[in-house]
Design a protein around this ligand. Structure first.
Ligand code: PNS
Length: 160
């Protein structure tokens, strides 16, 4: 079974990586799919995010990294995936995630959404929190992969 793990990943955090590592044990292949057509204004370009994710998942042989535009279910169908993988952190995620899962189910009845509960130590973690901490020079090495921490430090040192 192929699973798609869709998201913005701006940038990937250790919470995302935890979901990828646990997900690849459950599925034959996990495709980490970075959404291009988001309304959010991303900090990192899609190319940079792909590079960041590839670097920190290179030890996982059944993980592929790609970008997509349009609907997640269409991308899933294109890749013959049966599952959309998502992490659930706290109760506040639940409403949005459930809405997305139901919407995707109406768009394609054959594709299931599977949620993994985020590991406790990352349950508070989000890409936006990490960016805020990095912006003010706070410690982020325990929150994101090394290569991402480097990219964030570089970005904010150039006085953005
Ligand atoms: O990391 P994010 O920003 O929480 O990920 C959200 C994402 C990319 C999974 C979601 O916005 C998405 O699937 N967008 C693609 C458009 C789509 O399929 N919309 C219908 C389902 S809500």
């Amino acid at each position: 079974m192929i699973a798609i793990y869709p998201g913005s990943f701006d940038p990937i955090t250790l919470g995302h990586l935890d979901i990828i590592e646990r997900g690849q044990k459950l599925f034959d292949c996990v495709i980490v799919a970075v959404l291009c057509n988001t309304n959010k204004k991303p900090l990192f370009s899609v190319e940079k995010r792909l590079e960041q994710i590839r670097q920190c998942t290179q030890h996982l042989t059944n993980v592929k990294v790609d970008s997509f535009t349009g609907l997640t279910v269409d991308y899933a169908k294109l890749h013959k995936a049966g599952v959309l993988l998502r992490g659930l952190r706290v109760l506040s995620d639940f409403e949005k995630e459930l809405q997305m899962a139901h919407t995707n189910k109406t768009l394609s009845g054959k594709i299931e959404t599977v949620f993994l509960a985020t590991t406790t130590e990352y349950s508070f973690l989000s890409s936006s929190t990490v960016k805020e901490i990095a912006q003010f020079g706070g410690e982020i090495s325990h929150l994101v992969p090394k290569n991402v921490a480097k990219d964030l430090c570089l970005y904010y040192s150039k006085s953005h």
